[in-house]
Structures are given as structure tokens and as C-alpha cells.
Write a protein that binds this ligand. Structure first.
Ligand code: NAD
Ligand code: LMR
Length: 339
């Protein structure tokens, strides 16, 4: 019998912050079993949380061991950013306070933005210079901006914020409305902020069925629903989950984080795009130097904003509203940090 040779690919160091929390509990399993970096890529997980959570984190480490996952070569659990961020190639920045019922995500700025200053500084000092950073902790876009600001030796393009959950939510809403599987719906765009001002835009989205491609607006024949109920449902889905669960979304957030990082590392399919909060160059009239969610294609680990999509007057107005909110959040975040 010929047995497969021992895997020779060097393990990838991946940090997850907030590792003792809700989202991490789902996310760590997905990463460690190969959903993100592929079935042949060994992983060393770096788990960061705060000192009072070290006991809980110990339990998570026990469970990871008990999963007996072949790709998981080592686990480092720590409350020290210097150990957590050393030599990492991918960073999931999840650790932050979640909002409670009745709050907007930006209400978390004062509690959370300082975390992302400290972690930006630690990434700058200890991480690989090509580290890919995904900020999940809210308010994700502005936290990512602050993180990048304090990591000047790492390209700004390497800091992204998660709007993939919004994209997945939007995809699920469209598929349900049309009574088709989610796999047949693609190219939905989330513009702007991961907040209730985001603009979920299905005007460029497509449905693929039996080798035929139809635009979503054409398949739906219901512009009124697309411009009202659909937009509002996606904008308020996070709050709806909090109202029901009394805790913010975790399983779906972990799945979205895995999707985001997987696409960033392995690329998008020809003709398809995904949405990511990335540093704005002013495309589509968005304000510059905020982390704005755009449609992007990815090749060779680099994202590019999809250009030349048509923007209706309806869309223009919503893009401006969410852009303005991001400028306001940036100002508030800088005030908090400089105070
Ligand atoms: P949680 O409270 O269950 O877990 C957060 C963990 O982060 C806790 O264990 C906490 O101790 C830890 N933490 C706090 N400060 C830290 C620090 N400085 N360094 C390391 N760890 C730290 O919360 P959760 O449900 O896992 O959510 C985490 C964050 O993700 C929240 O801000 C939430 O609003 C956000 N979120 C974002 C999206 C998105 O789509 N972008 C989706 C869902 C949740
Ligand atoms: C979500 O979209 O579910 C998260 O950002 C959590 C929240 O506060 O809504």
C-alpha cells in the first residue's frame, strides 16, 4: 500500500481576536477544518482575548483539540497582542463589544475604536507585511480605518471591513423571493457602511438557471419591492436578529467572515464580484479615505473595485447618505482617539 506523503506545505499563522466570543466559536472550526485556506493548507491558530476571558478560552482550546482536525498544527492562546500578531498572514479582528437591542452600531465607537488603534500598532510591529486583515468588530468600517492608520508599514489595501454578511443576507432574500436556490443568485452589491445606511443593490445582480442568465430586476418584475422592502430588510437584519436572539448574529457572521477571507486568498470567479469594505479611492463619488463597501473582483490576493456600473438617481442618493455617515464616523473616531 502506498500511503500519501506527509504534507509539506508550511503552516499559515492566522490570528482570531475575540477568540472566546460568540462569532469565534463558529469561525474557529471553519478555519481549522480548511473552509477558508483550503483542504491542503495546515494552520497555526493564534487566539487573542482579554485577561478575564482566559479561562473560557482554555475551554475553546480544549474543544479545538477534541475536534481532531488534521490541518490544525498548533494553537497559541494569549492575552498579549505581541504573541497574537507575530508573523501572522491573516487576521480576523472580531474582538469588540457587540451592540444590544435599541443601539446603532456606531454607538459602539467609543467602546471599540481604541481596541483597533492598539491592534493596528501590534499588526504594524509583529505581523507579516502582506498580512490580510478583516475587521468584523463593529462599527467595522471605521474600526478598519483606524486599524490601518496605526499600521503605516502595511499597505492600506490590506485592511478590509466585513459587509459579506449583508451580501449573503441580500442573496438569501432575493433567492427566497424568487423561490430558487441561493447558488443561482450572484453579483448583489453592498455599498458603503456596514450600518443601517448601507445600500443593498440588486440592480446589477443576476440569476443563473439552466445555463441562462437573467438580471434580477427582470426576473423579479417588482421594482417597488427591490427599492423598499428588500433594502430595508437587509439594512435592519442585524437588529432583527438581536431582537430575536437577544444577542447579535454569530453563526452567519462567522460564515461571512470565512467567505470574505476565502475569496480574498483564492480569488473571485470570472464575471462575478463580491462586496468588501475597502479603502476608498473616490470611485462612484464615494468619499475618499474611508472604508467603503464596493463591488470587487479579486485575483492573486489583490482586490480591485469593479468600475463603470450604472448608478441610478435612486442609488446615487443612497450612496451619498452612507458615504456621509462614514465621514462623520471617521471624525468621531479621530476625536475619541485623540482625546
Ligand atoms: P462577543 O461579546 O461574544 O465576543 C467578543 C469577544 O471579544 C469577547 O470574548 C471579548 O472578551 C473579546 N474582546 C474584547 N476586547 C478585546 C480586545 N481588546 N482584544 C481581544 N479580544 C477582545 O461578541 P461577538 O458576538 O463575537 O461579536 C464580536 C463583534 O463583531 C461585535 O462588535 C459585533 O457587533 C461584531 N459583528 C460584526 C458583524 C459584521 O457583519 N461586520 C456581524 C456580527 C457581529
Ligand atoms: C450584524 O449585522 O448582525 C452585526 O453587525 C451585529 C449587529 O450589531 O447588527
Amino acid at each position: 500500500t502506498v500511503y500519501p506523503r506527509k504534507m509539506t506545505t508550511a503552516p499559515l499563522r492566522v490570528v482570531v481576536t475575540g477568540a472566546a466570543g460568540q462569532i469565534a466559536y463558529s469561525l474557529l472550526y471553519m478555519i481549522a477544518k480548511g473552509d477558508v485556506f483550503g483542504p491542503n493548507q495546515p494552520i497555526i491558530l493564534h487566539l487573542l482575548d482579554i485577561p478575564p476571558m482566559m479561562g473560557v478560552l482554555e475551554g475553546v482550546v480544549m474543544e479545538l483539540a477534541d475536534c481532531a482536525l488534521p490541518l490544525l498544527h498548533d494553537v497559541i492562546s494569549t492575552d498579549e497582542p505581541s504573541d497574537a500578531f507575530r508573523d501572522v498572514t491573516a487576521a480576523f479582528l472580531v474582538g469588540a463589544m457587540p451592540r444590544k437591542q435599541g443601539m446603532e452600531r456606531k454607538d459602539l465607537l467609543s467602546a471599540n475604536v481604541k481596541i483597533f488603534k492598539v491592534q493596528g500598532e501590534a499588526l504594524n510591529k509583529y505581523a507579516k507585511k502582506d498580512v490580510k486583515v478583516l475587521v468584523v468588530g463593529n462599527p467595522a468600517n471605521t474600526n478598519a480605518l483606524i486599524c490601518a492608520k496605526y499600521a503605516p508599514s502595511i499597505p492600506k489595501q490590506n485592511f478590509t471591513a466585513m459587509t459579506r454578511l449583508d451580501q449573503n443576507r441580500a442573496q438569501a432574500q432575493i433567492a427566497e423571493r424568487l423561490g430558487i436556490p441561493v447558488s443561482q443568485v450572484s453579483n448583489i452589491i453592498i455599498w458603503g457602511n456596514h450600518s443601517s445606511t448601507q445600500f443593498p443593490d440588486a440592480s446589477h445582480a443576476v440569476v443563473e438557471e439552466h445555463g441562462q442568465t437573467t438580471s434580477v430586476p427582470e426576473a423579479l418584475q417588482d421594482a417597488a419591492w427591490l427599492n423598499s422592502v428588500f433594502v430595508e430588510t437587509v439594512q435592519k437584519r442585524g437588529a432583527a436578529v438581536i431582537n430575536a436572539r437577544k444577542m447579535s448574529s454569530a453563526m452567519s457572521a462567522a460564515k461571512a467572515a470565512a467567505d470574505h477571507m476565502k475569496d480574498w486568498f483564492s480569488g473571485t470567479i470570472a464575471g462575478k464580484f463580491v462586496s468588501m469594505g475597502v479603502i476608498s479611492d473616490g470611485s462612484y463619488g464615494a468619499p475618499k479615505d474611508v472604508i467603503f463597501s464596493f463591488p470587487v473582483t479579486i485575483r492573486g490576493g489583490k482586490w480591485q473595485i469593479v468600475q463603470d456600473l450604472e448608478i441610478s438617481d435612486f442609488a446615487r442618493n443612497l450612496l451619498d447618505i452612507t458615504g456621509k455617515e462614514l465621514e462623520e464616523e471617521r471624525q468621531e473616531a479621530l476625536q475619541i482617539i485623540e482625546a
